[in-house]
Design a protein around this ligand. Structure first.
Ligand code: AMP
Length: 205
């Protein structure tokens, strides 16, 4: 059975950094749809050219395009033991499409991991990111737009996964290492048999 994780949280919650480390620790590919789109944009592919204006503005690329992208990606051989989705699903139709895709192979998501963070910490992280990373979609204006888009279109997924008892909250206020150890404790090497019902982890170190 493949281990399938979804990392959820507002832009700036640190989920990309944690996803990278968690994937490496658990031997699962970290699939970041944002990184896939940026790579296509940098390479000037047809897909990249098609989505560039949307991504740069902080809006969402169409569900149909994103679902196609994920459908192909999770069929690749590096996903044979599972995978970790960072930035997908981002809308309810995407989450429903993922369920349908996984149903076809009698699989399901092991957990949707929500990175909880206060607005104050979020704002200071985003401001730091504007100076350390050089993303075209990281201006103050687009960051605020992306937070608004998150609240309107992505945050309903919190309830979507809560209702399926798949939501696990991780307190992401802390150092990178603190948050990383909370995650690793929440999902041991083989947690599928030992972690069926504990659905709220906040301060495990
Ligand atoms: P991220 O790196 O996850 O913050 O994504 C950067 C940008 O890529 C987003 O602001 C969207 O424009 C686009 N994007 C990434 N993933 C998705 C998705 N699942 N659905 C729609 N747009 C996406």
């Amino acid at each position: 059975m493949r281990r399938i994780f979804i990392f959820l949280g507002p832009p700036g919650a640190g989920k990309g950094t944690q996803a990278e480390m968690f994937g490496a620790e658990r031997g699962l590919p970290h699939i970041s749809t944002g990184a896939m789109l940026r790579a296509s944009m940098d390479a000037g592919t047809a897909l990249g050219n098609k989505v560039k204006a949307i991504v740069d503005s902080g809006s969402l690329v169409s569900d149909a395009l994103m679902i196609d992208l994920i459908r192909d990606r999770i069929l690749q051989s590096d996903c044979s033991n599972g995978f970790l989705l960072d930035g997908f699903p981002r809308t309810t139709p995407q989450a429903e499409a993922l369920d349908i895709l996984l149903n076809e192979t009698s699989e399901k998501v092991e957990a949707a991991v929500l990175f909880n963070i206060t607005e104050e910490v979020l704002m200071s992280r985003l401001s730091a990111r504007r100076t350390t990373e050089n993303r075209a979609d990281d201006t103050t204006e687009t960051q605020l737009k992306r937070i608004k888009v998150y609240e309107e279109q992505t945050s309903p997924l919190i309830n979507f996964y809560k209702e399926k008892s798949l939501l696990v909250s991780i307190d992401s206020d802390g150092t990178v290492d603190e948050v990383k150890s909370r995650l690793l404790n929440a999902f041991p090497i083989d947690s599928s048999s030992t972690f069926p019902n504990a659905r709220s982890i906040s301060n495990q170190n």
